[in-house]
Design a protein around this ligand. Structure first.
Ligand code: GDP
Ligand code: MG
Length: 177
């Protein structure tokens, strides 16, 4: 049967969190529209984009929220986190300081978001292997310490982008059903 855009069984709000420049906006556009914006261009922040995935025969629509650059000033508002059931916590595996910021972001998520929010740690820019400064093991270890799922992605060449969102949505679904 033909699926109407607005027909879904569940609607999940998911937020993208992490330092400026880690690839939040590009992960969003890659997943929702299969688009990538080249280096140097500033991405215009959309409020959110949506995409539906099938899990267990159910249509789950994700409303994925992106920042408009306000993360630079640590000025993400409570409204951003309000009602979010999932978060992708993103760092750039070729940029040490974005990894060092993760504790701060985790603290903020736990302060601002609802209890029980499902968080997945994402090391982005996997295509920059030769510039990597954060070994996979280091990401994995942090994820284990905080009981988070973990994945490495590339918004540039699409590696694991679908899998990241699909895994997060599955985890939320498992938790909620
Ligand atoms: P945001 O500030 O977290 O939203 O990050 P953006 O999505 O705007 O990306 C910041 C910069 O990193 C841009 O120049 C992108 O082209 C680049 N970028 C984003 N994702 C990737 C990726 O997976 N690989 C590479 N090589 N560059 C990326
Ligand atoms: Mg952005």
């Amino acid at each position: 049967t033909k699926q109407n855009e607005d027909t879904y069984d569940f609607l999940y709000k998911i937020v993208l969190v992490g330092d400026s420049g880690v690839g939040k906006s590009n992960l969003l556009t890659r997943f929702c529209r299969n688009e990538f914006t080249l280096a140097g261009k500033t991405t215009v922040g959309v409020e959110f984009a949506t995409k539906s995935v099938q899990i267990d025969g159910k249509t789950i629509k994700s409303q994925i929220w992106d920042t408009a650059g306000q993360e630079r000033f640590l000025a993400i508002t409570t409204a951003y986190y309000h009602g979010a059931v999932g978060a992708l916590l993103i760092y750039d595996l070729a940029n040490e300081s974005t990894f060092e910021s993760l504790d701060k972001w985790l603290e903020e998520i736990h302060e601002q978001a609802e209890k029980g929010i499902v968080i997945m740690l994402v090391g982005n820019k996997l295509d920059l292997e030769e510039k990597r400064v954060i070994p996979t093991e280091k990401g994995k270890k942090l994820a284990q310490e905080h009981n988070l799922a973990f994945i490495e992605t590339s918004a540039l060449d699409s590696t694991n982008v679908e899998l990241a969102f699909q895994t997060l949505v599955s985890q939320i679904y498992e938790m909620k059903k």
